[in-house]
Write a protein that binds this ligand. Structure first.
Ligand SMILES: [Mg+2]
Length: 381
């Protein structure tokens, strides 16, 4: 120390002062950041919602009258004077999220953004990176509507069963392609194209063709018309074909008097045919309400919506699922530890006895559901 000159001492002292100064500024910055974070947390409403659509907000083509008032409440006309975050969570599908939101926004008189909309196959977006550059089959929907949706998700080699039929009409000789169908096809040599996965996006329009092509792909390790592998992987490029369904609903309600078979019915039919052919059951992945995966995905979408509204990514302390179907809406919400509200404007008929899955509470309609949930949240604050 004695060897240090005055100039060196002064320089060292200045460095220390500068360091102290930097530390003080950094500390203040962190503190103010913490205050800001605390403020942001305080500004996030204590509850959020996930709404089923059919039987809750709309019935067929008609809007349920209370739906508009319920959504207006969430836009700020409520006792918190805040926008309460919500998402729509449906087992429906069959078109792009953007198009469905456009139609719903017009019907409901409020803007529904794709960022707050989750239909059965939206979760496939999360799998697109795994299959971005490998051929997959897209099942369901009209013509190539869902191929385009899949491409929008990031699947670059998405094919339809109509493509397969256009490649070789003897694959299923009982269906002649219409002009419109033929126009929607892509020219592909499926004898040289190894299908790695089958994604059932929506209700198939031709169960027979689709079951045939799925069984073909699975039995020949992805090469339609190739030798059967009998479950044994032979070459380096061969892997079992992954089969993924978006919606487990066995039945659904159309305008017809009795329920119609849904995608769950198709899954059962495919499974039964495959078992009759091979003597084994083929494993598959199932998404859609009431699966845990779909509710986990919905939570991340709701947290992102909070961030969009309040600049801070977090889940509200209570999440309410409002639905008309005890088997999907209420069962899934209960398993996910959400609160659940069963409304009386859809498939559930109170006259037929208590629901098989008990909701947190029941409400006549969606407006009553939202009001009651807000009151509960206000009391528990
Ligand atoms: Mg419903």
């Amino acid at each position: 120390m004695a060897l240090l000159t005055n100039a060196a001492l002064l320089s060292r002292q200045n460095s220390r002062n500068a360091l102290t100064c930097i530390r003080t500024v950094e500390c203040m910055r962190r503190r103010s950041c913490r205050y800001l974070q605390h403020d942001a947390r305080a500004r996030v409403p204590p509850l959020g919602f996930a709404f089923d659509i059919d039987g809750v907000l709309v019935r067929g083509e008609d809007v349920i009258p209370e739906a508009r008032r319920a959504l207006a409440m969430l836009e700020g006309d409520n006792r918190f004077n805040m926008k309460i975050p919500y998402i729509l969570l449906t087992n429906g599908g069959g078109m792009s999220e953007e198009l469905r939101c456009e139609k719903l926004s017009q019907k409901l008189g409020t803007e529904i953004k794709p960022s707050q909309f989750l239909q059965a196959h939206t979760i496939f977006k999360a799998m697109a990176h795994k299959y971005a550059d490998t051929p997959v089959l897209v099942i369901g929907g009209k013509n190539d509507v869902l191929r385009k949706v899949a491409e929008g998700y990031g699947f670059k080699q998405a094919y339809t069963t109509l493509d397969v039929l256009a490649w070789n009409e003897t694959v299923w000789p009982f269906h002649d392609l219409s002009d419109e169908e033929r126009l929607s096809t892509k020219a592909v040599d499926f004898s040289q194209t190894r299908i790695s996965a089958v994604f059932v996006f929506h209700d198939p329009r031709n169960w027979a063709l689709d079951i045939q092509v799925m069984c073909d792909a699975i039995q020949s390790a992805g090469i339609i018309g190739g030798p059967y592998t009998h479950g044994k992987i032979q070459g380096s490029g061969e892997k079992p074909v992954e089969v993924v369904f978006a919606n487990p609903d066995l039945i659904w309600r159309s305008e017809f008097d009795r329920p119609r078979l849904g995608q769950g019915g198709f899954r059962e039919a495919f499974g039964a045919v495959y078992k009759a052919l091979t003597g084994t059951e083929y494993p598959y992945v199932q998404y859609g309400k009431p699966t845990k995966e779909t509710y986990d995905f919905a939570k991340s979408v709701l947290a992102a919506r909070v961030e969009e509204l309040y600049g801070f990514r977090q889940l509200p302390s209570s999440i309410y699922m409002v639905g008309d179907n005890p088997e999907s809406d209420i069962a899934g919400a209960n398993k996910a530890n959400w609160d659940s509200v069963l409304v009386h404007t859809g498939v559930y008929e109170p006259a037929e006895g208590p629901p098989r899955h008990t909701p947190t509470f029941e409400a006549e309609n969606v407006e009553e559901a939202v009001k009651m949930a807000i009151e509960r949240a206000a009391v528990s604050q």
